[in-house]
Design a protein around this ligand. Sequence first.
Ligand SMILES: CC(C)(COP(=O)(O)OP(=O)(O)OC[C@H]1O[C@@H](n2cnc3c(N)ncnc32)[C@H](O)[C@@H]1OP(=O)(O)O)[C@@H](O)C(=O)NCCC(=O)NCCS
Length: 183
Amino acid sequence: MQRLPTKRLSASSAYAPLAMSAPRFEGLTRGDIAPVLRMTRENMSSILLSAWGLEWSDETLLDAILDRSTYTEVARLGKEIVGYFTVDQKGEYVFIVSLQVRRDWQGKGLGKLMVDRIEDLVLMAGLEGVELCVQTTNETARGFYEHLDYRFVSKVRNNLLMRKAVQEASNALPPPLLLANSF
Ligand SMILES: CC(C)(COP(=O)(O)OP(=O)(O)OC[C@H]1O[C@@H](n2cnc3c(N)ncnc32)[C@H](O)[C@@H]1OP(=O)(O)O)[C@@H](O)C(=O)NCCC(=O)NCCS
């Protein structure tokens, strides 16, 4: 069984036909950390408060993305980071630790593009599928993942565990024209 790419490999993949307008996926570098923390804080503070009654703290996310077992890619448009995901391998599944689209880029297809990218990593690593947790109060994320065929598995305190088995044909990269319509 192959492991996910390590931080040292720092995978980079542009969708060549759309390289001028589509985001490039690149391994996280140190300079990316501040915008990643900022976008997550903006997206998640109110959700964390409503689900758990907790104030946002950068430290928890920082620990997760710097943990040697996790793997993070940023979605870059020009010099700007418009989204990112952090994943961890849990047995035969890739677990999404965090997946965020910058607010001004939400609703434009980037979240789906990042999930497609994670599913591609699953296929490349010969794993079974993808798992994630959404906070019970995060209706947007739950609807988003359900729309992408993720199914509820169980409720763990204020989190909902969701899962999707990933198969070869249905999860290949979408045709360039579809991507072109999104951006
Ligand atoms: C949730 C999130 C990642 C979605 O990303 P996005 O870029 O806004 O979503 P997309 O534009 O890629 O949407 C992809 C598809 O899902 C659909 N969709 C999005 N949200 C949906 C919802 N709440 N219910 C149903 N469908 C939804 C879109 O209509 C689109 O459908 P289509 O491909 O058939 O046109 C983004 O809103 C975000 O970053 N939210 C804050 C952070 C967060 O909650 N992260 C998840 C934590 S687990």
